[in-house]
Ligand binder design. Structure first.
Ligand code: SF4
Ligand code: SF4
Length: 136
């Protein structure tokens, strides 16, 4: 498959913002895959952690911001611990979530979350934590 990479996409403002918020340089990654191999949420992801950063490197930011991966990340820091280049993917995921939430695009509805918590008997503190992570 032919992938077209445009300079204006690679150095787009949104990618620069993601780097600024996360404090991370996406070009440190050399795609060894150790982050993905150790990620406990990988089975639930549509883009593996190394694929998330690869998409950012080639300017495909929409693929990342529209992915399920950034929301199922458990913020466990395993990827950062395993990375031979010290790339803090956890912060990059958080920055991607923030970029989406700043567009007022909530990932869960309040009513649905409360209904689900009642059905599943989830502690209220877990619901508050969920809403903090997934709503703007
Ligand atoms: S472990 Fe680090 S260098 Fe390897 S693919 Fe993941 S982010 Fe890139
Ligand atoms: S912080 Fe997120 S991406 Fe990194 S290993 Fe944990 S669940 Fe996976």
């Amino acid at each position: 498959m032919k992938i077209e990479i445009k300079n204006e996409e690679v150095r787009s403002e949104i990618i620069q913002r993601i780097e600024e918020i996360s404090g991370e340089n996406i070009y440190k990654c050399y795609q060894c895959g150790k982050c993905s191999a150790g990620c406990p949420s990988a089975d639930e992801m549509d883009l593996l952690p190394n694929q998330v950063i690869r998409n950012l490197q080639i300017g495909k930011v929409d693929a990342v911001l529209n992915s399920r991966s950034i929301w199922v990340c458990a913020t466990c820091y395993m990827c950062w611990i395993r990375c031979p280049r010290g790339v803090n993917l956890t912060s990059l995921f958080e920055a991607c979530r923030l970029m989406t939430l700043r567009q007022n695009l909530d990932q869960v509805g309040l009513k649905e979350a409360i209904k689900e918590s009642e059905e599943m008997d989830i502690p209220q503190i877990a619901i508050i934590s969920l809403l903090r992570k997934l709503t703007s």
